[in-house]
Design a protein around this ligand. Structure first.
Ligand code: ATP
Length: 314
């Protein structure tokens, strides 16, 4: 329990701070169907939460305010355009409480990176403000609010490994053995806009390029029940990869550097440009990371493992 009661500067009873940690996601499978009449693509995806975290701290306050440190400072707005503020307002409206909180975001997940950092922050805010305001909502209630904020937000409440359908907002946990998978994550200099990547995929597909769409997730779900990174690596896939590489050709250099270093898979995460590599174990991940740092065209390389839980107080 992190909640603490104390008197604030005015001698009033103050609650907090509530600290919530939330992971980034990668997609082990990202199958993109045709464009729907509502402008979204039908998705078939397997989300996987990895040990790269943002953190939201919520304190009682007289108004709704947001400060931040870390990745993306100066690049994202801290007003109503920020998913943190939008999540707090959505929760307050659903709970019929005044949206009053002092929120602070400590960001390690790069922005516009295909790691769903903004969605992660929204999920963390829902959990933090839910605790601060004592709304009594269940995780399922929070997931309903989460789905109104973005397709990836419900998954980041739950974490783990899960199947996402619809726009990605319908989430079902995947039954898998308790295996810790080891990943290398390579951040690119600069981001990619998710809508731009989908548009590029539509363009490539219209001209007969873009590659054959991924098939079912059956092979992946079977591999997740084994403990063999080679078997898992063989069935990972991302329909958006060709489009991300088309917009940022240097990603191919990064992907190849990991393949050359013996990664079981090298793929773009979500809409990119982050690249992820599957390793045997932590030592192997360290070797791949060194090679990608040296030969890959990227800004930073980190080790991570998954699956990890979603947004949690603590
Ligand atoms: P996804 O994989 O869900 O498409 P992403 O990882 O590519 O997302 P995000 O970091 O989630 O990208 O951010 C996408 C855009 O959302 C940013 O360019 C920014 O304009 C906006 N945004 C709003 N709030 C946030 C936030 N708290 N953190 C990051 N981006 C935010």
């Amino acid at each position: 329990m992190t909640e603490a009661w104390a008197l604030d500067q005015d001698g009033q009873l103050a609650v907090g701070p509530v600290r919530v940690r939330v992971p980034a996601k990668i997609n082990l499978h990202l199958g993109v169907g045709p464009l729907r009449p509502d402008g979204y693509h039908e998705l078939h995806t397997v989300y996987h939460a990895v040990s790269l975290y943002d953190e939201i701290t919520a304190r009682a306050g007289d108004a709704l305010t947001l400060t931040m440190q870390g990745e993306g400072v100066g690049e994202i707005e801290l007003d109503d355009r920020n998913l943190v503020i939008r999540a707090a307002r959505a929760l307050a409206a659903a709970a019929k409480v005044e949206p009053k909180a002092r929120l602070h975001l400590r960001k390690q997940i790069p922005i516009a990176a295909g790691l769903a950092g903004g969605s992660a922050d929204a999920a963390a805010t829902l959990v933090a403000c839910d605790s601060l305001w004592d709304t009594g909502f269940s995780r399922a209630d929070l997931a309903d609010i989460a789905a109104t904020l973005g397709s990836d937000v419900p998954f980041l409440l739950y974490g783990g490994t899960a199947l996402g359908t619809g726009r990605g907002e319908t989430v079902n946990p995947v039954l898998a053995r308790a295996t810790r998978w080891h990943w290398v994550i390579a951040f690119s200099a600069g981001g990619l806009s998710t809508p731009d990547v989908y548009r590029e995929l539509d363009r490539l597909r219209a001209s007969g390029k873009g590659g054959a769409p991924l098939g079912s997730t059956d092979g992946l779900l079977a591999a997740l029940r084994q403990r063999d990174p080679a078997a898992l690596g063989a069935v990972l896939g991302n329909d958006l990869q060709a489009a991300a590489v088309s917009l940022m050709p240097q990603l191919e250099t990064t992907l190849q550097s990991g393949r050359d270093a013996g990664a079981h898979a090298a793929l773009v995460s979500g809409s990119g440009p982050t690249c992820v590599f599957l390793a045997d174990d932590e030592a192997h991940a360290g070797e791949i990371a060194d090679a990608v740092r040296e030969h890959g065209d990227c800004r930073e390389v980190q080790l991570a493992h998954g699956p990890v839980p979603g947004a949690r107080v603590g």
